[in-house]
Structure formats: C-alpha cells, structure tokens
Design a protein around this ligand. Structure first.
Ligand SMILES: [Fe+2]
Length: 537
C-alpha cells in the first residue's frame, strides 16, 4: 500500500505526515502506510537503516573539551506489528550514538539485538504483541515483547539497555554498539530491571529498582562498579504498582509508590493492562539507605500524583529534596478524533510540571510545591552531579494544542528550557516550526575535575526536522542555552527516541580520549536491514 492510497485520519490529526513539498519521511518501511497510527508516521516513522559515518559536517564549532558519546535508545518498529494495537512504546530498540572527540563528530546507528529481536529476525516477522496487548501468555519469554527500548545507561564499561515494563537488561559496546549479551551481574541478578536504574558518575556503582505483579511487588538493589551484585532488598507494597523512576542522593534512594497503577487481576484474567488513578490514596515516597546498610524504608506521604521522571535529588542537612515532573491528574481525557487510538493518544497528552518534594528524615515532615507551570518533561542535569545539589534543570518543552488541532500533542518536544531553581529564571530555545528534539543529557566538560562548575557543560540533543526530514545534533553551552553553539548534521533521518545518556570520553577511549587517533573503524558502511536474508521458523 502506498502513501497516496490511505486516509489515515488519526495520523493526520496528530502529526505532520509530509514535508511541505509532499515528501513522506525518509527511510521508513512501506508497511507503515497500512497503519493509521501517529507513532508510525512523520517524525516518529521507524527507520530501518544501520550505518556509521565519521567527520560529520558541522555548523559552528564543536568545543574541544566536549569528549564522549551521546547515546539514545528508542523505538523503531522493524516488522509489521502483529496487530493494530501497536503502541508508541513497542518499537524495536534502535541505538543512536554520536561521538565527539578533538572537535570532530562521528555517528553510529544500530539495532539492539536482544532475545526478542533475534527471534523475530529469524522469523522474518513480528511474534509478540505490544503493551496494549492482548497479552499472550503462551509465547516464550514475556507475554508481550520485551523491547528494551526505553532507557540506556553506562555501567561497568558497557551501555545497558533498559525497558520501562521491567525487562532483561542488555549489554552493548559503547563504541561499536554491538550487543554483547544479557546483563546478569555474574548470574546473581534473579529478576528483570526497570528503566531508570542509575549509575553514580563518581563511583561507577549502579542502583536499581524492579517492580512486579506479585508480593513483595518491588525490590531495590545495588551492584558495584565491577558488575557484582551487592544487595537486592525486597520492598513490600500493598499491591502491584507501576513506578517509572526513583531518586538517588549521596545516602538515600527514593522509591516511588504512586496511586496510579494497573489492575493486576484484570491483567491476569483479560490480558489487558488497565490503569487507574486512586485519588483517595497518597503518593508515597520511600527513603532507604542507598547502600543497603539497613532494609528499613522511611515512607513519606504526599498529595496524589503520578511521576514519570526525576530531574535530580540531593540532601541538605536533615532534608532530602527531589525535583521532577509531576502529573496532577494522570487520567487523561480521550478525544473522539483519535478513534481506536483514543486511549493511547490521551495518555500522551498529559500535563507535567516541575515540582519539588522535600522530606525531613529526622522529623518526618514533608514539603511540596510546584516550581513552574510550563508543560515539560525528560529533565536532565549535569551528568557529574547526579545526587548532588544542582541549580539547573534542562527539560524538553511539550507544546500546547494550537487552533483546536491535535498536532504536536503526541509528546513531541518543541524546545529546550533551562530552569534556574534558585532564582526561578528560565532560558529557552525553540527548535523551530516542525522541528522536534530529544532528551538532552548535559555533558560535563572533559577538561574539568568532577567537582567544578555545574555549567562547565554542554547539553546535547538530537533534532528531526519534518520540513525536509533531516536530523542533526545541537550542542549548547549550559551557561546560555538561548542558541546552540554548534549543529552537527546526521546523515539520515532519526526517528524520535526515548531516553539518552552521556558517556565521558575517558570511559570510552581511556588515556587516548584527547589524542589524534581516529574515532573508530569501518566508518561510512551502510547496511540496509531489508537486504539481510530472512528465514521462516
Ligand atoms: Fe522514562
């Protein structure tokens, strides 16, 4: 089916399907035209190309002390989905990495080859349904596809891919993006991992949580910098929950027990994950010794809400502060124009505002307050300052609906905002009409020690332009983000992704981080996945 033959009413109402000259998104597979689905079209349309390129074209100048890799995980559905319940969160994990070194940039794009990807690769088609189900408990592994496409962190010399539904983490070589195997912490890890595990940038230790549909419903654990599990503590909750992130300070982890969760009985009996907001229940935050020296959790109760992402957390005296993006009402209103996708699309239109929660570990007191009413998400801070007090948060701006249309309301990001948490001031940069950004990690300068200025750093973001389907990486100075200091061209369109990480060059190249060595090997080798042979099972 070609793009001229379809109506795609829901898609049209939500995304820009064509460039102004009528060009459909480049690099997308033909089967997308059989799906009226905004997250399979426009800037979200999957790309099926693996490739490498070096010495990318640059407008402006890449700072000499920007050294390392900006890596993004995200969905890029490879084969036609098994049903029309495809969800934005379902696409196969495509990793994109841009490497900066000696003022030059190179790029690599590669599939994550986890178990589900390899099985479908052999089959030459999709096998598992996505999170909208129906869950198929007869399938091997998980009843839906464990795509491992949500998050990516750096740990013990490898990238780790993570899935928001709690899945199998996979190790990836940070330079080649080759998948090297499942992360099991030497066989000691007995369960899956949620997205938003965190690696301490100073110690290399990894802190993680996991949630499940049976008692005790949550766990919290830590692994040392060499891949050894140090502890894994059961966290008893009152029922199955759907947390997405956690806070981490120098001495505490902050676990989330939020009153927006699925009905585990409906999931078991009907294979559907039906979410509900329990307004009569508080949002609970559990402070636990970060190093597992005590299994005791000190719980604090706050106003009911849901939270996807934490910007940062830190301690000041007896107070523990957590800043993040809060949803006052996570139950969205469905829009009739969205037809069969009304529920999924509604969830993508929720409002998120910057908010601060403070917990007194001595008195048990709680303070909470909104910081700003702008709708923003995917907050980041200087990568070296995780768990330490930070003044600035760098968030993606979610546009408001315009002229009664739905366009732009499916979680596209149209700008970068820097919040100054001390003065309340903001800086903003708008990407431009029809240009969409991605979570922007804040790369600490390679020339500084880790305890130097928070703004000796560079927020970096991938953008995709629906006016001509080009993509680029923007580099900002953390001191002034009102305009980028450099724009690096990416050779092919990047479909919009989820989470990202920054890996210091010293981790990737060691002592050679600032040398004149080449950035990699075998560059400029395009691989079109359509050319790879397939076989039936
Ligand atoms: Fe997330």
């Amino acid at each position: 089916m070609s793009h001229e033959e379809t109506s795609l009413e829901v898609t049209k109402a939500n995304v820009r399907m064509y460039a102004p000259d009528g060009t459909p998104p480049t690099d997308a597979p033909d089967w997308i035209w059989g799906y009226d689905h905004p997250y399979l079209h426009g800037a979200f349309a999957p790309t099926n190309r693996e490739y490498e390129a070096e010495d990318l074209k640059v407008e402006g100048e890449i700072p000499a002390d920007l050294c390392g890799a900006y890596v993004m995980n995200g969905p890029s559905q490879r084969f036609e989905p098994v049903n029309h319940k495809y969800h934005y969160y379902d696409g196969d994990a495509m990793l994109r990495a841009i490497y900066f070194r000696d003022g030059k940039a190179s790029f690599r794009q590669k599939w994550l080859q986890n178990a589900a990807f390899v099985a479908e690769d052999i089959a030459g088609k999709s096998i598992w349904p996505g999170i909208a189900g129906p869950y198929n408990f007869r399938l091997p592994g998980f009843p839906i596809k464990d795509v491992s496409n949500t998050d990516v962190i750096y740990y013990n010399g490898k990238l780790l891919s993570l899935w928001h539904m709690s899945g199998d983490p996979y190790q990836v070589d940070p330079l080649t993006l080759e998948t090297t195997g499942r992360e099991t912490l030497g066989g000691a890890l007995k369960h899956s991992l949620s997205a938003h595990s965190k690696t301490d940038p100073w110690t290399g230790e990894m802190f993680f949580f996991n949630y499940q549909d049976k008692p005790p419903y949550m766990s919290y654990g830590m692994a040392d910098a060499s891949g050894n599990l140090k502890f894994d503590i059961d966290i008893q909750l009152d029922g199955a929950r759907s947390p997405h992130d956690m806070g981490l300070t120098e001495n505490y982890a902050i676990l989330h027990d939020l009153p927006f969760y699925h009905d585990a009985e409906i999931l078991r009996t009907h294979g559907r994950r039906v979410m509900g907001f329990h307004r009569d229940q508080p949002a609970r935050f559990g402070l636990i010794d970060r190093f597992g020296r005590s299994p005791t959790v000190q719980w604090f109760e706050c106003e009911p809400c849901y939270i996807l992402h934490i910007s940062n957390s830190w301690e000041e005296g007896d107070w523990v502060h957590m800043v993040g993006c809060r949803q006052e009402d996570p139950m969205p209103v469905k829009h009739a124009k969205d037809h069969h996708l009304a529920s999924m699309m509604a969830y993508r239109r929720r409002s998120h505002v910057m908010y601060r929660w403070s917990f007194n570990v001595k008195t048990g007191a709680v303070k909470e307050a909104m910081i700003d009413e702008l709708n923003s998400e995917f907050p980041t801070v200087n990568t070296h300052q995780l768990g330490r007090k930070t003044r600035y948060s760098f968030n993606q701006i979610i546009p408001e609906a315009q002229d009664g249309t739905l366009e732009g309301q499916c979680q596209t990001f149209n700008g970068l905002v820097r919040y100054d948490l001390e003065t309340g001031a903001q800086q903003r940069y708008e990407y431009g009409d029809g240009v969409y950004g991605t979570e922007a990690p804040v790369a600490a300068s390679a020339s500084t020690q880790r305890d130097t200025s928070e703004t000796r750093a560079y927020p970096v973001t991938f953008i995709t332009d629906s006016n001509d389907w080009t993509s680029a990486c923007l580099i900002f100075d953390a001191d002034d983000i009102t305009k980028p200091i450099a724009k690096v061209e990416i050779p092919h369109r990047i479909s919009i992704g989820f989470h990202t990480t920054w890996v210091d060059g010293s981790e990737i190249w060691g002592d050679r981080a600032q040398s004149d060595d080449t950035l990699g090997t075998g560059m400029n080798r395009d691989i079109d996945m359509a050319d790879i042979g397939k076989q039936d099972i």
